[in-house]
Design a protein around this ligand. Structure first.
Ligand code: HEC
Ligand code: HEC
Length: 215
């Protein structure tokens, strides 16, 4: 009995006293179970099908558009639709003489200083004499030179680059614009585009009616 008491006093009691003095230990927060979305019993849904590739453009429409490109890049059109600010003359894309370039208005001139509506035609090199002779504006230069058919196509139908036109407006431009008509009545013995104006408009219409797909 004495031995048991000694054991209690020497070993167990100090331990019990120390345990009683210990500051309370903060209990760690209980782990929060992650919120799991309810999964339907059928298991995870299958991944969505990739969208089908767009159908290849109708070859007849692509052919019509490539004819349109031939006209746009022919001398009578491309000469006013160059890559830079300098118009070209003739059939070989020579740069316009007399340092003529876009923005002549800044030096108090304009294209119409020489390209006057009332000027007389004659054997070249007389300036063409269409009313409103000018280049496309600097912020929408409508470049035809050196572009691929696909690049030309994207530019043509982009309202941010074509003067805000929809497809009907674009078709109207090639049908009715005086500067376009110039191409088939250039005077000065100049060559004509490779298609008649009527065929050009018909091809353009085929492309527009098909939704203007790009090659
Ligand atoms: C004297 C310069 C000149 C010639 C030549 C010319 N264009 Fe243009 N073209 C312009 C101008 C300027 C614009 C910008 C629209 C506007 O101001 O009417 C333009 C714009 C266009 C547009 C885009 C529509 C738009 O409003 O931006 C097309 C398409 C076009 N021309 C086709 C032709 C074709 C086809 C020919 C040849 C048959 C041709 N152009 C010859 C000056 C010319
Ligand atoms: C100082 C007079 C003068 C001014 C200004 C002038 N031109 Fe000309 N332009 C001519 C003459 C002359 C020709 C004929 C040259 C030839 O055919 O060899 C010509 C021819 C052209 C041609 C060639 C037409 C074709 O079908 O090959 C284009 C395009 C042209 N000019 C655009 C312009 C533009 C755009 C402007 C204004 C930025 C302009 N010109 C300003 C005198 C001028």
């Amino acid at each position: 009995m004495k031995r048991a008491l000694t054991l209690f006093c020497v070993i167990l009691l100090p331990g019990m006293l120390m345990a009683a003095k210990r500051p309370p230990v903060a209990t760690p927060p209980a782990p929060v179970a992650p919120v799991v979305a309810e999964v339907p019993d059928a298991g995870t849904p299958p991944p969505p099908e990739p969208p089908p590739p767009p159908p290849p453009p109708d070859p007849a429409v692509t052919a019509a558009f490539l004819d349109v490109v031939k006209v746009l890049q022919s001398p009578r059109c491309v000469n006013c639709h160059p890559t830079g600010n300098v118009p070209m003359v003739g059939d070989k894309g020579e740069i316009h003489a007399m340092n003529v370039q876009r923005g002549l208005e800044r030096v108090g001139m304009s294209c119409q200083t020489c390209h006057r509506h009332s000027a007389v035609d004659g054997p070249g090199p007389v300036p063409p004499t269409v009313k409103g002779w000018r280049m496309p504006p600097e912020n929408m230069p409508m470049v035809f030179q050196s572009l691929s058919p696909a690049q030309l196509c994207e530019q043509l139908k982009d309202p941010a680059r074509n003067g805000g036109k929809d497809l009907a407006g674009l078709l109207h431009h090639v049908e009715a614009d005086e500067l376009v008509h110039y191409g088939w009545n250039p005077g000065g013995g100049r060559t004509l585009p490779p298609l008649t104006h009527a065929d050009f408009v018909a091809r353009f219409r085929t492309w527009v009616d098909a939704g203007a797909p790009c090659p």
